[in-house]
Design a protein around this ligand. Sequence first.
Ligand code: AMP
Ligand code: FE
Ligand code: FE
Ligand code: ZN
Length: 291
Amino acid sequence: MSTESSTRPVIDLHAHSNVSDGTESPTVLVETAAAAGIDVLAITDHDTVGGWEEATSAARRSGLTLVPGIEISSAVGGVSIHLLGYLTDPDDAALMAELAHARESRTTRLERMVARMAADGIPVTYEQVLAQVAPGATAGRPHIADALIANGTIRHRDEAFQVWLAEDSPYYVSHHSPHPVRAVELVRAAGGVPVLAHPFTRTRSRGADEALVEQMYAAGLAGLEAFHRDHGPEQIARAEALAERLGLLLTGSSDYHGEGKLNRLGEHTTSPDVLDAIEQASSGHTTIVRP
Ligand code: AMP
Ligand code: FE
Ligand code: FE
Ligand code: ZN
């Protein structure tokens, strides 16, 4: 009798802590994942490696395998494209400079969004928003939602995203983001492995298209996050067809944000051979943290 299915590790390669817009500290994130039966977890905060150290210590304590990662917010033609980067060198000057620039511009952008909202009578101040951002964390629209939850205006982040925080809202302000091809180049140059997050996301008006994926592939894109809550059968089929044609890896992950989103840890997973391929494709400078 084969026991393969019962011993196959549960691998979730996309999760956020409060070092960006998740609601749990890196320690709590790792402990929650271990308790939920996740064997391998990637911490992929938006535009920062700031949670890696704490997550690494927590992983060593809880016996979970940790993949250090990031999720870069890139953009082209007004469309936001999220790129996961696994095992990048945290001391790579070019990548770190780009991420620092993004984080800075995210903060001023939130201040402008809040000013527009407040001018229109929505009860929120910039101070209230800053109070929701953990020290040193990457600020994002979810923190505006959190301020509105804290002051009793709404009950869940999603209510704010339905109208006020949406990309087509009059209050929306964009922030500095690299072109997706540049983001792929930066991740590769930092020895990391770039995987396009939720490429055809059906919850937003526009995602990536085949032509963009081809350009990113030419720059070194390694994979597509096909199995994700934001993808239905149609989006999965599109990703599978592209991966087949170009020879890209296919990953699946939760995109967990703690209580900030409905996404549950392990709701989509990645196969062990794909994780092996990701590890093989990295420079080896930053390594997977094994217990
Ligand atoms: P930003 O990084 O400021 O552009 O904000 C985008 C982030 O908002 C994404 O990474 C999501 O985690 C989060 N987000 C988008 N839509 C929703 C939603 N409906 N409910 C909760 N969080 C959301
Ligand atoms: Fe997020
Ligand atoms: Fe994303
Ligand atoms: Zn994410």
